[in-house]
Write a protein that binds this ligand. Structure first.
Ligand code: DAT
Ligand code: MG
Length: 139
């Protein structure tokens, strides 16, 4: 299992608010190499499946609606310790709790509209990378 790759999405608020370039710049400056990247839009079915683990949570409907509300950027990133280092770069789920200098602190609108996704484990990075890019040579 890869320990040096993670998966990210720049979410609809980040794209809509014009933060796409600045966020990608931060990711590259933090030492991540972009292995795959695409500008796309999730269907309702895809968003429901991607966030299926949260299906019973009260915010699930809102989350699916938001994640399908506009285009996103999906990417596979490579770096030593990718999953943990990327979670540190993006900061806490709620931007009000995110450390200074993190992507969510700088660019997220709220806990729900929080600019960027980062996989939470090597296993999920692989599942999520394959979800968006199909069978590939990276994972
Ligand atoms: P993370 O994206 O930091 O891994 P998560 O996996 O707990 O956080 O939740 C997935 C997404 O769901 C999160 O990025 C935003 C949304 N979300 C989580 N908790 C929420 C809440 N209490 N209210 C609204 N949206 C929430
Ligand atoms: Mg998560």
């Amino acid at each position: 299992m890869a320990t040096n790759r993670t998966f990210t999405m720049l979410k609809p608020d980040a794209v809509e608010n014009g933060h796409m370039g600045k966020i990608i710049d931060m990711i590259i400056n933090a030492g991540f190499e972009v292995k795959a990247m695409k500008y796309t839009r999730l269907t309702e079915e895809q968003a429901k499946e991607f966030y299926a683990v949260h299906a019973e949570r009260p915010f699930y409907g809102e989350l699916v609606e938001y994640m399908t509300s506009g285009p996103i950027v999906a990417a596979i990133l490579e770096k030593d310790n990718a999953v943990a280092d990327f979670r540190a770069l993006i900061g806490a789920t709620d931007p009000a709790e995110a450390a200074d200098g993190t992507i969510r602190k700088l660019y997220a609108e709220s806990k729900g509209r929080n600019a960027v996704h980062g996989s939470d484990s090597d296993e999920n990075a692989e599942i999520e990378g394959k979800f968006h890019f199909g069978e590939n040579e990276i994972f």
